[in-house]
Design a protein. Structure first.
Length: 94
């Protein structure tokens, strides 16, 4: 089963008062059989992908994401492998 996230899916969550995507729950994307939870902000024409390190998670990118949205970006920050709510790999390896 293929799952993809389209811009129309993101912009349908847009909060018109702040021009930011309402993002209380992460979007779930399936990549190579693994379900990734991804926080998404904004609906700009430019895109930024923010990757966290240990011990942070996608939520730690929120302040930077809001700054990038103000600059016209759509921002995505996935919870990387091994970080809840992203799925564990089927073989249990991170």
């Amino acid at each position: 089963m293929k799952t993809s996230l389209t811009l129309s899916a993101v912009t349908s969550l847009e909060n018109t008062e702040t021009n930011q995507v309402a993002n209380e729950a992460p979007v779930k994307l399936r990549v190579n059989g693994l379900g990734y939870a991804v926080r998404i902000w904004g609906s700009g024409k430019r895109h930024a992908l923010l990757l966290h390190g240990f011990p942070d998670n996608a939520n730690s990118m929120e302040l930077l994401a809001h700054e990038l949205v103000r600059e016209g970006f759509t921002v995505a920050a996935p919870f990387l492998r091994g970080y809840h709510p992203t799925d564990l790999a089927p073989d249990g390896r991170y």
